[in-house]
Write a protein that binds this ligand. Structure first.
Ligand SMILES: [Zn+2]
Length: 241
């Protein structure tokens, strides 16, 4: 029996002498791990269609177990992003979080579309270049991960203090994924929080209240960028607990 999938290649490992194990995120079946037999002795034709972060149509022959990758036709190579060192660093971070929180064979078309949109945005940034392009790539990567967390059921409140429910003052507040979002200064003692400035809370709100596809370039200064990284890391640890 043969299955066809729309697939984004996320990872590959060499196994045995000639084989390779691929990890795809597919629109139809979520995360799929499938071996490709003898792929390393083939001409480069098939392997090129399933390089990391390439979007392709793949065919899996399902005889037993995971089946075998028998065909792949690339549709979108994301050439610019895949050739850009800074983009790859961001995409590698995104990929690692993605692989740790997603389960196998659990399909979610919205997650697939989000991942495609992320790769498109990174490709455009790598192609166009601009001032502060690395900061823009990090911003898009953080936004992607926060939207991914939400789609997977981990939403966080950035509109008010998640402990006392009061509105937030323009002060340095805290963030705790364990508590469920932003924690105001009064509620901070006793909670293990990363500290977030008002601009970081604002950035979290921008991400939460906009569709990922409509997010555009914004000016993010280094402190906010650093705090966003801590927030995303805190959510990731909470999801992984
Ligand atoms: Zn509070």
């Amino acid at each position: 029996m043969k299955h066809n999938y729309h697939a984004i290649t996320l990872q590959k490992y060499d196994i045995g002498e000639m084989d390779r194990l691929y990890t795809f995120y597919t629109r139809e079946n979520g995360l799929v791990r499938v071996p490709a037999r003898s792929i390393r002795k083939m001409s480069a034709k098939l392997p090129m269609q399933v390089e990391d972060f390439v979007f392709s149509h793949i065919t899996v022959a399902q005889n037993y177990g995971r089946g075998t990758l028998t065909g792949a036709v690339a549709e979108e190579y994301f050439v610019d992003a895949r050739a850009d060192y800074d983009a790859l660093v961001c995409m590698d971070i995104a990929r690692n979080v993605f692989l740790t929180i997603m389960d196998e064979n659990d399909s979610n078309a919205e997650v697939f579309d989000l991942l495609m949109e992320y790769l498109h945005k990174m490709n455009v940034l790598a192609h166009d270049g601009c001032n502060h392009v690395v900061a823009q790539m990090q911003w898009i990567t953080h936004a992607f991960l926060i939207h991914l967390f939400v789609l997977e059921g981990y939403a966080f409140d950035a509109s008010r203090c998640c402990v006392c429910k009061q509105s937030l003052e323009q002060k340095r507040n805290g963030f705790s994924a364990h508590r469920g979002g932003v924690v105001c200064e009064r509620c901070l003692p006793g909670h293990n929080c990363c500290r977030v400035d008002p601009d970081t809370v604002k950035a979290l709100r921008v991400i939460q209240t906009n569709k990922f596809s409509t997010l555009t370039k914004v000016m993010i200064h280094a402190v906010v960028q650093k705090q966003m990284r801590m927030v995303v890391g805190d959510i990731e640890r909470w999801v992984m607990r």
